[in-house]
Design a binder for this molecule. Structure first.
Ligand code: TYM
Length: 333
């Protein structure tokens, strides 16, 4: 790699990608490709912390890769790989497990949420999930991690683990920083706008899947929950405005225009008109991605070739850090 700064990020192939994943993460990754050295992965090892159907996981991992490319991630510019195809991730995660405290993992909101939702399967992997995530990031001497707001707590613990390790052994890891998008960092549910939009929402009207039919997407936006005030106004933190705030954020994220500017344009107009405009903008944002996706997903050979190249390249970079770590902790290398 040259002297550009390094970006690392990834998504779990745990279900159909939502508009939240797209606007909070992937859409922003595209524009970073020229200025930075970017490494983007499909995080399948994280996905098995919740039970999966093996054939579905395999299929969704390649679908996710196709979606990355359809969204504009260029495999010639960025390294794209499947986490489980690069053994350095599991190897560093083990070492970092020995430098992470139960107490700090216990505080993770995602662990608390997921263990409440999957009470029948609170496994050790779910608990140490953030340690594997720290390994993902630290292996590449990453400068920035573009993610949605919900992942910031995991970036914080990654920094803590890295600082602890550096404190003991010298400068082994670069301390990474999270990078949030301006308006898409937290897209909320369309039905319960006080909750984040999530692919695990049992009510499909709450989230937009990137795989939804375009008519269905428009319908879901038009039936989004709003309020009875009838004012298109962005009021941060006002629970009564959660629905409208969310639609304004979505509109801003898909068009690249400022929230204030959009609110001013629609001030005085009805919610019906505004929702119609948001629906159209979202559909027009997703349409080209879907068209590309439909083309790319057919070419399995192309996708598996990218994975093979990505696994090799990413391993080459990752094992430099891993070697350093092994040496520091006293392994014979
Ligand atoms: P995951 O798969 O849950 O989500 C992928 C990305 O989408 C963002 N996101 C959202 N952004 C805005 N609004 C939403 N409603 C919304 N929902 C999800 C997430 O913040 C994320 O950026 N632990 C990670 C995967 C991971 C990872 C990593 C990420 C594993 N190792 C290393 C970065 C670096 C996760 O579960 O993301």
């Amino acid at each position: 790699m040259d002297d550009k700064k390094i970006i690392f990020s990834g998504v779990q192939p745990s279900g159909n990608l939502t508009l939240g994943n797209y606007l909070g993460a992937i859409k922003n990754w595209v524009s970073l490709q020229d200025e930075y050295n970017c490494v983007y992965a499909m995080m399948d090892m994280h996905t098995i912390t919740v039970r999966q159907t093996p054939a579905d996981l395999r299929r969704r991992t390649l679908e996710l890769l196709a979606l990355y490319i359809a969204a504009g991630i260029d495999p010639e510019k960025s390294i794209l790989f499947i986490q489980s195809q690069n053994p350095a991730h599991a190897e560093l995660a083990w070492v970092l497990n020995c430098y992470t405290y139960m107490g700090e993992l216990n505080r993770m909101t995602q662990f608390k949420d997921k263990s409440a939702r999957h009470a029948e399967n609170i496994n050790a992997g779910l608990f140490t999930y953030p340690v594997l995530m720290a390994a993902d990031i630290l292996l590449y001497q990453t400068d920035y991690v573009p993610v949605g707001k919900d992942q910031m707590q995991h970036i914080e613990i990654c920094r803590d683990i890295a600082e602890r390790f550096n404190g003991l052994y010298g400068d082994v890891f670069k301390i990474p920083e999270g990078m949030l998008s301006k308006s898409g960092a937290k897209i909320m549910s369309l039905q319960e706008p006080e909750k984040k939009m999530s692919k695990s929402d049992p009510n499909p009207k709450g989230y937009i899947s990137m795989m939804d039919d375009l008519n269905v997407i428009a319908k879901k936006i038009k039936s989004a929950v709003t309020d009875s005030e009838g004012k298109i106004e962005y009021r941060e933190g006002d629970p009564a405005k959660a629905g409208i705030n969310n639609l304004l954020s979505i509109m801003s994220a898909v068009t690249g225009r400022g929230i204030e500017e959009i609110a001013a344009e629609y001030a005085g107009k009805g919610y019906g008109d505004f929702k119609g405009a948001v629906a159209e903008a979202v559909v027009e944002c997703i349409r080209p991605v879907r068209e590309e996706y439909d083309r790319i997903i057919k070419d399995k050979q192309y996708l598996t070739d990218i994975c093979a190249k990505g696994a090799e390249l990413s391993y080459k970079i990752a094992q430099r850090t891993l070697k350093k770590v092994y040496k520091k902790v006293g392994f014979v290398i």
